[in-house]
Every structure is written in C-alpha cells, then in structure tokens.
Design a protein around this ligand. Structure first.
Ligand SMILES: Cc1cc2nc3c(=O)[nH]c(=O)nc-3n(C[C@H](O)[C@H](O)[C@H](O)COP(=O)(O)O)c2cc1C
Length: 257
C-alpha cells in the first residue's frame, strides 16, 4: 500500500502513520518529478482547505498517473469539511481514479484567522479523533467500499469557498504574513515550506507562490511569524509528529534538517 500525504502541522501525517504502508510525501514526489505509481492499494491523506483539498494535492493528482485495485482518500479537518471529499472524487475522476473509500477525521483546527489553538486543544477530547481513526484503519484494512456523502448545502459550500480561499491565501497571500524583530534567521520556515516559497537572508522573504498552509507560522521556534489577522499567537504541531518529520516531508530548499 502506498499513501501519498500532505501535511503542514502533522495531523495528516499522523493519520498516514496510523494507516501504515509506504508513506510518500506529496511535496517530495513533486520535487523528484516521479509521476507514475502502481500498488495494490493507493491512498491520499491531506487537510481540508476551504472545504476542498489543498491546491498542491490537486496539482499532484493532475500531473501523475496511478494504478491500483483499491483507492482511498482521508481528509483531516478542524471544524467543517463540507463536500471536500466530493471535490476530491471529482479531481480523481478527471485523472482516471475511481475512489473506493473516502472518509474524514475531525482534529485540531490550525486555521489561525478563525481559531485559537488553545481553545482547540481544550476541545480535543470532544472531537473523538481516535474513535474515528480506529474505524477508518479497520475499514481500509477490510477494503470497505463506501464514499462520504453530503447534502446540497455542503456541495454548494465546496463550490463557492475554495475560490475565496485561493484569493485570500494562495500566492500573494503571504503578503499578509508579518515577521517580527525576534526572528533569529534559523531557517526553520524555509525548511517546512512545501513549495520553496521562502528564502531566509536575515529574515524570511516570501516569493508570492504561497500554498497558504501556515507551516512557516506554526513551526517558527521564536513565534516570530504572524498572520495579520490571527486570533492568538499560540502555535500547533500534532503531538505524535516531530518537527524533523515535517521538515523531511516538506523541505524543498538545499538546507538540510
Ligand atoms: C488555509 C487553511 C484553510 C482551512 N480550511 C478548513 C476548512 O475549510 N474546514 C475545516 O474544518 N478546517 C480547515 N482548516 C484546518 C485544517 O484542515 C486542519 O487543521 C487539518 O487537520 C490540518 O492538517 P495538517 O496538520 O496535516 O496540516 C484549514 C486550515 C488552513 C491552514
């Protein structure tokens, strides 16, 4: 089994690790340029961004060819997933993938403009992440055939909101990042960026190709990077994932971890 994953703060990587198989980071696959993949089972694990899969995940699927007898997708989210998995099904179909199984897992929401991480951590038990995850692990092991189904309101949200997220966060969205004077040029931001959008000279300089994942903000050891409209300055990394794993998954620069 091959699992292709994308993660900014570790939630999706944690789910990938629990499901098991050969874990392949989407940013590294794109960097290597390998584009044909075959296995008995192939899965995709990624966060929900604006009720849809992240652009980098869609780009990877559109650029690659996949051959498997069982395809699955698991989306992590923090509050409302709407029809993000339906969106993924459509992208898959265009690339010749017919998903057998899709499901979503409620986890800590790392979207700083709306949520405070401290509040999210207080609510963690009520999200019942482990219960849902155990079901998903068992479903995939048993090669269950079932697609997540949502109603018309969710479908409408997943049609309208991704465009808004693109406008706010992608590419020049990094113009809304503020770097404080406590930056010590450690380059962690450069190393966790999945698309090489940051060059650190004295301070990080953003190249306006942003994916809007907030990895640079969450992992800055000095909390020196801020989103202009963040609700608090508490940051997040999934407790089952280490910073080095995020760097190994995302690093595109020549700076080693
Ligand atoms: C730009 C952005 C948009 C997001 N949009 C949504 C959303 O529409 N719905 C939701 O429930 N969570 C949303 N989130 C929260 C993440 O999907 C959630 O925290 C996810 O588990 C993070 O996964 P990761 O740790 O693997 O990066 C968003 C996060 C970011 C950074």
């Amino acid at each position: 089994m091959k699992i292709f994953y994308f993660t900014a703060t570790g939630n999706s990587l944690y789910i990938a690790k629990r499901i098991g198989g050969e874990l392949c980071s989407i940013p590294q696959m794109l960097k290597d340029g390998t584009s044909e993949f075959e296995d008995e089972e192939i899965g995709f694990i990624f966060p929900c961004y604006g009720f849809a899969p992240p652009r980098i995940v869609m780009n990877f699927i559109q650029k690659s060819k996949f051959k498997a007898n069982y395809f699955f997708a698991v989306m992590t989210y923090g509050n409302k997933a709407a029809s993000g998995l339906g969106y993924m099904e459509k992208i898959g179909k265009q690339a010749g993938i017919r998903f057998n199984y899709t499901n979503e897992v409620l986890m800590i929401d790392n979207y700083l403009p709306v949520f405070k991480i401290e509040d999210q951590l207080n609510k963690e038990n009520s999200k019942k992440t482990e219960e849902k995850l155990e079901k998903i692990v068992s479903d995939i092991k048993n090669k269950k055939n079932e697609l997540a189904k949502k109603g018309v309101v969710s479908d409408a949200l997943s049609k309208a909101i991704p465009k808004l997220i693109t406008k706010i966060h992608l590419n020049e969205g990094d113009k809304r990042f503020i770097v404080g004077d406590n930056c010590n040029s450690c380059k962690v931001c450069e190393k966790v960026c999945p698309i090489n959008n940051i060059k650190v000279n004295r301070k990080p300089e953003y190249l306006h190709q942003c994916e809007g994942c907030f990895a640079c903000i969450h992992h800055c050891p000095q909390t020196a990077i801020h989103f202009k409209f963040e609700r608090s300055n508490t940051r997040f990394i999934n407790r089952n994932v280490k910073l080095k794993e995020i760097i190994d998954a995302n690093n595109q620069s020549n700076t080693r971890s």
